[in-house]
Design a protein around this ligand. Structure first.
Ligand SMILES: Nc1nc2c(ncn2[C@@H]2O[C@H](COP(=O)(O)OP(=O)(O)O)[C@@H](O)[C@H]2O)c(=O)[nH]1
Ligand SMILES: [Mg+2]
Length: 217
């Protein structure tokens, strides 16, 4: 009985996610779900993406956090339009929260919408939000064993962005190891390495995202 309940919740989520995706397609909006553990560098990556795309593209952001509007304030200061969802304890965003956030918002002239999920490598993996692209962000200080320890999120991602590569001299992070582990789970996944505070490696990831835009207006 318990299993049936969980299945119903996930079915309902998938249905709403499909509706979100239909709306995004109609708007010509490419939507990216950024997932990671807390502090891996998602917001810093967004700040840099905003800087990179500058006048070229209009970027929107939905920020998911358990509490506070701190991240929305950060990306707004970086020139990106942001909506903050406070999940009030929930460890992930779901399709319904996204539906509520986009309801009434004007995305007509927005090209790309980033959703920064709640910091969590486990809960976030199970919920389709209606996005087109899923990216798992992993910082070097978290260790190179995380793809094997948290396989679902890596298996479900189109790309892995390794952040904080500037810290590598102080750590024993092996990029080859985690890349091999990722490819075993998801052979098609792209891999990017960034030192976001220094702005390094941003353009490769940004170019890949641009090529992922099948929904050009
Ligand atoms: N050394 C270093 N620190 C970083 C980098 N990216 C983010 N940080 C720092 O890591 C902390 C968490 O970053 P944040 O973007 O807030 O992570 P989030 O919780 O995933 O959104 C902040 O203190 C950032 O300044 C990086 O590339 N190198
Ligand atoms: Mg953040």
């Amino acid at each position: 009985l318990r299993v049936a309940v969980v299945k119903n919740i996930l079915d309902a989520n998938s249905r709403i996610a499909q509706e979100n995706r239909k709306l995004f397609d109609k708007l010509g909006l490419t939507v990216i779900n950024l997932m990671s553990s807390p502090g891996a560098g998602k917001t810093t990556l967004l700040e840099q993406m905003g800087k990179h795309f500058g006048g070229q593209l209009k970027i929107g952001v939905i920020e998911g956090d358990i509490q506070t509007t701190l991240d929305a304030e950060r990306v707004a200061a970086a020139g990106l339009e942001a909506v903050q969802i406070e999940t009030d304890g929930a460890c992930h965003l779901d399709a319904n929260m996204i539906a509520a956030a986009i309801d009434g918002a004007d995305y007509a002239d927005v090209d790309m919408l980033f959703i920064e999920n709640v910091g969590n490598l486990v809960c976030t993996a199970g919920y389709d939000l209606g996005e087109h692209v899923r990216i798992v962000v992993l910082s070097t200080s978290e260790g190179d064993d995380k793809a094997t320890k948290y396989p679902a999120i890596f298996q479900g991602s189109d790309a892995m962005v390794i952040t904080k590569t500037d810290l590598k001299p102080h750590l024993n992070f092996n990029t080859d190891r985690i890349t091999a582990d990722l490819k075993r789970l998801q052979p098609d996944a792209a891999v990017f390495e960034v030192a976001a505070l220094q702005g390094q490696g941003i353009s490769d990831a940004a170019d890949w995202l641009l090529a992922k835009r099948p929904h050009r207006k």
